[in-house]
Design a protein around this ligand. Structure first.
Ligand code: SF4
Ligand code: SF4
Length: 420
């Protein structure tokens, strides 16, 4: 009998959506929502300990923290009255606090002033549009800024749109962030079509001409800077502050105007695969339903709505869910087009191992994660080296939701570590 060698697909070639210096096309405006909801990434505590109250007023751009000892806060994108403060559990079981504000008026709150300092950034810009985080930079020696001008996921064009239209703001943001962190060097990484726009961003331009998932920050650091972020570590551990291009533009505008911009760019990817995705300017906290309405996208029973793109996004169960600071895309998948997910057993085909950019033995990792053995998964099969690209789920012959197991596993490990 002639045995044919099993020839796997290797890593699939999945191109990012092309964006050119002139942008992805027209950008539509989503009106201010009647109600905006913000998540603060810390668990709700006793109601008696609240330092903000339902009925209290907030202004645009104002940081709101519900409890006195909270290190995290949300930035309100509307001026108005707080209508609810409630516990909220995220898709991976994260315990958070949700604050809803009923919009009224258009007053701006106090901003960070005109002098860029790390203190001002920590107080007014944490988790601004794009999802900026400065907390680790405050406890690390930062040598280099890396502005990410590549999309976080497939099909999205929001980041490219921002780079193409906001280069002067990004340049101001880079100057401010250098002063805030002490970084000596700054780079921006962009796809080939945005090289010209990137020249106006005040950084050395690095062009990334490679398919997904090459634009994930840790892979960029490895491929373009020969720097490896340790497993379970962060770019700050190796002297890099990674800044989403949209956040860099917000930082630039915030110190120039004294106000923290509260809109973000979002790509809406509808069910019609042949239609061109559209970009929208949306206030953070706007319900997904408002964006779908302006985009004329209807959602039927059994359709799926995802915040983010097809590889790394998270499905939402309600159209009242808000656009978050790092929501670059809203994807609507028709019921007939949903990717199959099954409770099958692994057949050891090895496709996930061949696809994994972090060279993890994903088939073995999945076994431990399926059985909730998170510590073993980290110790024996490199769970913490995963860059969360989702390719393993995409190629899995048995349709096992490996990516979901991985993100849950990482969250559980972090929770166990915090408890310890
Ligand atoms: S999600 Fe993680 S384990 Fe899966 S292919 Fe990507 S890097 Fe590898
Ligand atoms: S987890 Fe999926 S892709 Fe990986 S070896 Fe098993 S069946 Fe194949």
């Amino acid at each position: 009998m002639i045995r044919r060698a099993f020839i796997g697909q290797g890593r699939p070639k999945l191109p990012y959506s092309p964006v050119a210096d002139k942008g992805a096309g027209s950008v539509l405006q989503v009106p201010q929502p009647a109600k905006a909801t913000f998540f603060v990434d810390q668990p709700y505590k006793d109601r008696a300990e609240l330092v903000i109250k339902e009925g209290g007023e907030v202004k645009r751009g104002e940081p709101i923290a519900p409890f006195a000892d909270f290190k995290s806060y949300a930035l309100s994108s509307v001026s108005g009255v707080i209508s609810s403060i409630e516990p909220y559990t995220g898709a991976r079981g994260q315990k958070m606090t949700a604050i809803t504000v009923e919009a009224k008026g258009d007053a701006w709150g106090q901003g960070p002033g005109s002098t860029p300092t790390l203190e001002a950034g920590l107080k007014y810009l944490e988790n601004c549009a794009g999802g900026l985080s400065l907390v680790r930079a405050a406890n690390s020696k930062i040598n280099t800024l890396l502005v990410m001008g590549v999309e976080r996921d497939l099909l999205a064009t929001a980041v490219g749109q921002v780079v193409s239209e906001k280069a002067p703001s990004i340049k101001k943001g880079v100057e401010a962030l250098k002063k805030m962190t002490g970084a000596q060097k700054a780079f921006i990484v962009v796809p080939p079509g945005l090289a010209k726009s990137a020249e106006g961003c005040g950084c050395e331009v690095k062009v990334l001409n490679a398919p997904y998932p090459a634009g994930i920050d840790r892979l960029v650091l490895h491929s373009l800077f020969s720097v490896t972020v340790p497993a379970g570590g962060f770019p700050e551990d190796v002297g890099f502050l990674v800044v989403p291009a949209e956040s860099a533009a917000v930082v630039g505008e915030a110190f120039a105007t004294g106000r923290v911009p509260d809109e973000k760019m979002v790509t809406l990817i509808g069910k019609d695969a042949s239609a061109k995705p559209l970009n929208f300017r949306v206030r953070i906290g706007t319900p997904v339903a408002d964006v779908l309405k302006i985009g004329n996208v209807t959602v039927n029973n059994s359709d799926r709505v995802v915040l983010g793109g097809p590889m790394r996004g998270k499905a939402v169960y309600s159209l009242k869910m808000p656009v978050e600071p790092d929501t670059d895309a809203i994807l609507v998948q028709g019921a007939d087009d949903l990717p199959e997910i099954a409770d099958n057993s692994c057949i050891n085909c090895g496709e996930c191992v061949r696809a994994c950019p972090a060279r993890i033995q994903v088939n073995m990792l999945a076994r431990f994660l399926e059985n909730a053995q998170y510590e073993e998964a980290a110790a024996r099969y490199d769970l913490l080296s995963c860059v969360e690209c989702g390719l393993c789920s995409f190629v899995c012959t048995a349709k096992i939701p490996i990516f979901q197991y991985i993100t849950l596993g990482k969250h559980e490990l972090a929770r166990l570590g915090a408890e310890a």
